[in-house]
Write a protein that binds this ligand. Structure first.
Ligand SMILES: *Cc1c(COP(=O)(O)O)cnc(C)c1O
Length: 390
């Protein structure tokens, strides 16, 4: 017998759950793509996306996933042979650095393992670069593999008056954790629709500052990826370099309305923070008594609001058990030392307390069924966190 029938719970760190309303909004035939209705809606969505990022600067939309957005940003920032400094705290930061290398960029890495990027180390490295050869500092605000969150304003401050652009991958953080692009002095921000934005996979976005824009086209800027052409578009097709992703625009409009106009961005951030604390409290209790269950990130201030990575002996078997018996899907232990004994719990986007409690409850049932030792009182701890006033 399985208890998995019923509404599935997806607790992976992307693609994240898409609200019914957002799916329904996309369920519409394409109107005239040269008509005013869609052009106006597209402009509205662009304005909402700027609100989401906390910027009044430029925004270039693309049809693609997060990897496409990396390439889009790279093609506009760099010329072949340019130097970049990548601050990495996990698999995603490292993959991004590698992709830029494959584009011909000389990427130097400061690897922080599963700790957040250290502003002092950044300051020391940039102080040595008297000639200003480093064109950009690249960092993931949240590395989705380790669940590490880096302090972006602290990095900006550490950069002082070094001319490098600060380039931030916010794919797993935008719409989950605070981001104020203009106030924080971020020059290039990268995100995609399928995580904190609660929309469908398939669109991605690069926001860029006046300082980044002033550098003009680089040697790698090909017509399709050129951000200037999109950000300064007049005709709808130019925003998207061809046919606009019509149904995606409908979906994004609905999702951004829910985030920005209905729940409110501050409330959305607070919800993510509370759900994350409930997950951490649970894992801490499961870890009591040398069970070997522990959070990957020790320092609570360096933990992501959108995803939690943990070590858990028997994690692979547990993931299979909760999927087969409870209808809960958990994330794989991407990039962990022992991937079979690691997993990730996604709590990003359209996730509420009931969904998180169900994922945690299913995990505990699975540990009981499989004989995986766990400390007592963990679900009580989650309940207490959720009972706290915000
Ligand atoms: C998901 C993710 C990516 C990759 O996005 P894709 O849409 O899978 O290409 C890159 N960076 C971070 C931080 C992510 O979370």
């Amino acid at each position: 017998m399985s208890l998995a029938a019923g509404r599935p719970v997806i607790a992976i760190p992307g693609p994240s759950p898409v609200p019914e309303r957002v799916l329904a909004a996309a369920h519409r035939a394409s109107p005239d793509i040269y008509g005013e209705e869609l052009a106006d809606l597209n402009l509205q969505v662009m304005e909402q996306l700027k609100r989401l990022a906390g910027t009044q600067a430029h925004l270039a939309p693309y049809i693609g996933n997060g990897h496409a957005a990396w390439e889009a940003a790279g093609a506009n920032i760099f010329s072949s042979g340019d130097r970049a400094l990548a601050l990495t705290s996990g698999h995603f930061g490292r993959s991004w650095a590698q992709q830029m290398e494959q584009m011909g960029i000389a990427v130097e890495r400061l690897d922080f393992g599963s700790l957040p990027a250290d502003p002092d180390m950044l300051a020391r490295r940039l102080a040595e670069d008297k000639a200003g050869a480093i064109k950009a500092v690249m960092v993931c605000q949240i590395d989705t593999a380790t669940g590490v969150m880096t302090d972006i304003p602290a990095l900006r401050e550490a950069m002082g008056d070094h001319p490098a652009l600060l380039v931030v991958d916010a794919i797993a953080s935008l719409g989950c954790a605070p981001m104020m692009m203009d106030d924080w002095g971020v020059d290039v921000l990268i995100a995609a629709s399928q995580k904190g934005m609660m929309a469908l996979p398939g669109t991605c976005f690069v926001w860029y500052s006046g300082k980044a824009a002033a550098r003009g086209r680089s040697q790698l800027t090909t017509p399709y990826w050129d951000w200037h052409a999109r950000a300064n578009a007049e005709a709808l097709w130019r925003f998207w370099g061809g046919t606009p992703p019509v149904q995606q625009i409908f979906a994004l409009d609905e999702a951004l309305r829910m985030i920005l106009d209905e729940e409110g961005l501050f409330a959305v951030w607070a919800r993510h923070a509370a759900l994350a604390r409930a997950v951490w409290a649970t894992v801490d209790e499961w870890g009591q008594g040398d069970t070997g269950i522990r959070l990957s990130v020790k320092d609570p201030t360096a933990r992501a609001a959108s995803v939690t990575a943990l070590a858990l002996p028997g994690a692979d078997a547990l993931r299979s058990w909760v999927a087969a018996n409870c209808g809960v899907t958990l994330g794989v232990g991407l990039g962990a030392e022992q991937p079979e004994n690691a997993l990730r719990i996604g709590h990003m986007g359209h996730a509420n307390a009931a969904m998180i409690l169900s994922a945690l409850g299913a995990m505990q049932a699975g540990m009981a069924a499989l004989g995986i030792p766990y400390g007592p009182g963990a679900l009580d701890a989650a309940a207490r966190v959720l009972a706290e006033p915000a």
